[in-house]
Design a protein around this ligand. Sequence first.
Ligand code: TYD
Ligand code: MG
Length: 454
Amino acid sequence: MAKSTNAFTCTACGASHKKWAGRCDACGAWNTIVEEAPLSQGPGRGLGAHKGRAVPLSSLATSEAPPPRHLSGMDELDRVLGGGLVPGSAVLIGGDPGIGKSTLLLQGAAAFARRGLNAVYISGEEASAQVRMRAQRLGLADAPVRLGAETNLRDILTTLDTERPDLAIIDSVQTLWSDQVEAAPGSVAQVRAAAHELVTFAKRKGVAIFLVGHVTKDGQIAGPRVVEHMVDTVIYFEGERGHQFRILRSVKNRFGPADEIGVFEMTGSGLAEVANPSALFLSERGQPVPGSAVFAGIEGTRPVLTEVQALVAPSTLASPRRTVVGLDSGRVSTILAVLEARCGIPFAGLDVFLNVAGGMRVNEPAADLAIAGALLSAREDSALPPEAVLFGEISLSGALRPVAQAENRLKEAQKLGFSQAILPDSQKVEGAGGMSIQRIADLTGFAGEVFGAG
Ligand code: TYD
Ligand code: MG
């Protein structure tokens, strides 16, 4: 049988290449091609020559109770994990360098340890003394967490196998190296090998593992992307530089809902939990100003109110600026196009700046109406009623579509002192709980009724 020559693979798109190249022909990415050992092809491949071992199969019905989850007592962390830590699970925490991953996991490890779990924290980035100093600063010096500073994968696995902790934190996966892989630490091959070994170990021995992974803006470091498929849970720790708020967001979770968020504030003595994020994100609201719209959103299982802010100004540029922070810019372009094409309200010749207050990110299509509201309010220089929240999805025809969980959104709005909601005509609401509701059929109606525009 001919020997396979496809020994080089692009780590970005998976294309096979016969030889190494700086740039992948298939997807155009640079420095993503790595050499892979070809699959060994013994004799007897082909039909009828099964050499494997039969795997025992079982039925779907089970009498075993699910394993108990461990709670850290940090509600924001427990919620994002899907209701506590599942024994033997592998969790990846990604985020920009300096965002607070090590701080969060040290606090988390201490919280679990204080509740009786055997927790081990292995740092490949800092010496034990540095971690100890941080623990002191965080007031965690007395927590029974055991520290290690190591980057050799084999030594780490041996240590974990001897100690058999309930929980191990590996900070970070990019610093690990295995002597069985000929590549530098941080390379795709090393990161993939290390993650694979650790995840396999976690499953086999019932040790829950947290892997820290740095992501860079340009995605140069081969990293967490490869690992995301291997682990049970992927969590991102996000925040804007210059804001003290940090948002922990699950993007994948085999043991709970994805898109769940936990909100923290970075203080001088570590991360503080924020139990009522709506109040926090709206705290800077004062007098009603044009360009501000309050969106009643749902993040995971929890309603969260956020303020969408817009500024519209005459542009001197041939192609005016569209600066969007905290929202999907494609979504914003669509809404601008719908406003122009369906409602006859052009934004040509105008710079548009859009932003979600407090450094929050909003991904829900339900935010469409609030985005349109902020844009129209800024353009018409007319403030929305300060006691109103908005939600609703906008279709390309300009019609408004209903969204899920209207009652929860309204309840949260009412709790925070709002008395009015602007929402799609087609939205079913069972019990508005005393909120006055203004129903809108389409975007043209919205512009006309609320702003007298169009
Ligand atoms: P760190 O957890 O080291 O980030 P990462 O592991 O994601 O790289 O956090 C680093 C930043 O957090 C650093 O800029 C200082 C800040 N910080 C505080 O503001 N307060 C604190 O109590 C601690 C420990 C860190
Ligand atoms: Mg760190």
